[in-house]
Write a protein that binds this ligand. Structure first.
Ligand code: SF4
Length: 497
């Protein structure tokens, strides 16, 4: 490498080199710091958005108008934007649209590990999985391939890549000449759109996957390791440290997979697949008896290190290994056993824990009140889910949810509860920031009161400083005696945020 910078800085350089005109980001581990950096260096072209679906739709609007755009989201945010993402490939886009998504191997700051590469299969769009040597090159290729195929491209990252020393490349990212709106799409049936996609776009993706220098097979010996993304970097270091003559197929364009390169790799005597968090590549080739990896117990966990690669290589002759339990730290999101001592919502959450009704929480700070000894909430499914889940409690119950989560994705459930007079008490923790991700402020949060007053017939706004635990207990007990949709907005200032 001529010159190095960390993954965050390298991405900012690449986005600027690509001439990206609009970036829409939703905070969440592990991409919060990246997005903050992008917003700082690309303002006013980059901004926070409250929902990934809105972010993608705005990026799409910019793309079809001829602007290169980008969405930055964490892996579970990809679930939220998947609806327009999947349709956009056959609808066609305009200028390059790239979704940068952060996966979280070991779930250090998330409710699951989830592997974003699978969205490439579902949406039939290219997926890039960069390593520190080619991160900037992946951004360039993603924009160019997105424009040639008129489909969005996904770049999958992990926290280790963002922190790694990455190669600084001088990029030239030419633009495809495009007419801004593809009006030809309206003369095609739904099936016709898909046929056109398979005729025009898919062969370009396959060709690129086979011939790009981002996918490389280095021949060194009769065994081979197949890897992708940051894991490729770990594999190279492991082979170097172990002084091993093992061949290496390193992939950074993983959807579509380069089938002829994979077929060449499968002709080696023994094959080990090293990837995270899920066995995405391995699932495609696991029927070959000499393939080892996660499904055979050779790769035991995510967060793969050099020692894990060397350990697996020593055991290639063993067909299946016993699973190993990997202890994880308790001081993780979802398992952290405490709300901050100085949290303004603490008395409210303590009062909740004393009420004998089911409580649906959310995966913002509220989830920290779920474990014993506080046990304030009974379930917490996903961001924005509390109102819907509590509306499903047969005898009624409480939804406790942050202001960010409510506006992110709980409004349809709120409307449903109002329309069907469902007995649910919604407790909104309003601190006007996205507290759990570091206190990002979004202008949408200022609109909370106006939005909910149009939906809820009964809204009480209470300052957290006005009530102690007993006061909250009394207020919530009184509100629980009512029927239909009721809401209390608890206002507090998050000292951490
Ligand atoms: S980050 Fe803020 S809102 Fe979240 S628990 Fe701590 S003090 Fe409360």
């Amino acid at each position: 490498m001529n010159s190095v910078m960390n993954g965050i800085e390298a991405l900012v350089c690449a986005l600027r080199a690509a001439g990206v005109q609009s970036v829409y980001a939703v905070p969440g581990y592990p991409i919060t710091e990246l997005a903050e950096h992008v917003i700082e260096h690309m303002r006013p072209r980059a901004r926070w958005v409250i929902s990934e679906k809105s972010a993608f739709e705005m990026a799409f609007g910019g793309s079809v108008s001829g602007r290169r755009t980008c969405v930055i989201t964490k892996h579970v945010g990809l679930n939220v934007l998947s609806d327009p993402l999947i349709t956009s490939a056959t609808h066609t886009i305009g200028a390059g649209l790239v979704v940068i998504t952060g996966d979280d191997p070991l779930a250090l700051g998330s409710q699951n590990e989830q592997d974003s590469r699978y969205y490439g299969l579902l949406a039939e769009v290219p997926v890039f999985d960069p390593n520190p040597h080619n991160l900037m090159g992946c951004v360039a290729s993603a924009y160019m391939l997105s424009e040639r195929t008129r489909a969005p491209a996904i770049i999958r990252l992990t926290s280790r890549l963002l922190e790694a020393e990455c190669a600084l490349e001088s990029l030239s990212i030419p633009r495809e000449p495009l007419s801004s709106y593809d009006h030809g799409v309206w003369s095609l049936t739904l099936h016709g759109k898909h046929q056109r996609f398979y005729r025009d776009a898919h062969p370009l993706m396959r060709q690129e996957a086979e011939h790009t220098s981002l996918n490389r097979l280095v021949h060194r010996g009769e065994d081979v390791v197949i890897s992708s993304g940051y894991a490729s970097y770990v594999v190279e270091r492991a082979l170097e440290a172990g002084g091993l003559d093992v061949s290496h197929l390193s992939l950074s364009l993983v959807n579509p997979l380069p089938l002829s390169l994979l077929s060449r790799a499968l002709s080696y005597r023994r094959v080990l697949v090293v990837e995270e968090p899920y066995p995405f590549i391995e699932h495609h080739i696991a029927t070959h008896e000499h393939v080892r990896g996660r499904t055979t117990g050779h790769i035991t966990s995510t967060g793969i290190g050099e020692e894990d690669v060397l350990w697996a290589l020593e055991r290639l002759d063993t067909e299946k290994l016993e699973p190993e339990y990997v202890p994880q730290s308790l001081d993780m999101r979802g398992y952290r056993h405490y709300i901050c001592d100085n949290c303004p919502f603490l008395p409210l959450l303590e009062a909740l824990s004393e009420l004998d009704v089911p409580v649906a929480g959310d995966v913002g700070c509220v989830i920290r009140s779920a474990p014993e000894p506080m046990a304030a909430v009974d379930v917490a499914l996903a961001l924005g889910s509390a109102v819907g889940v509590a509306s499903g409690f047969p005898e009624g119950g409480i939804a406790v949810i942050g202001d960010f989560a409510l506006l992110h994705s709980a409004l349809p459930s709120l409307v449903h509860a109002r329309a069907w007079s469902i007995d649910v008490l919604v407790v909104v923790l309003k601190n006007s920031v996205a507290a759990i991700t570091g206190g990002q402020w979004l202008p949408e949060l200022e609109l909370l009161d106006d939005v909910v007053r149009g939906i809820c017939p009964e809204v009480r706004v209470v300052s957290c400083s006005a009530l102690d635990r007993d006061g909250w207990h009394e207020l919530l007990s009184t509100l629980l005696e009512g029927h239909g949709l009721r809401m209390v907005i608890a206002e507090g200032v998050c000292p951490e945020g």
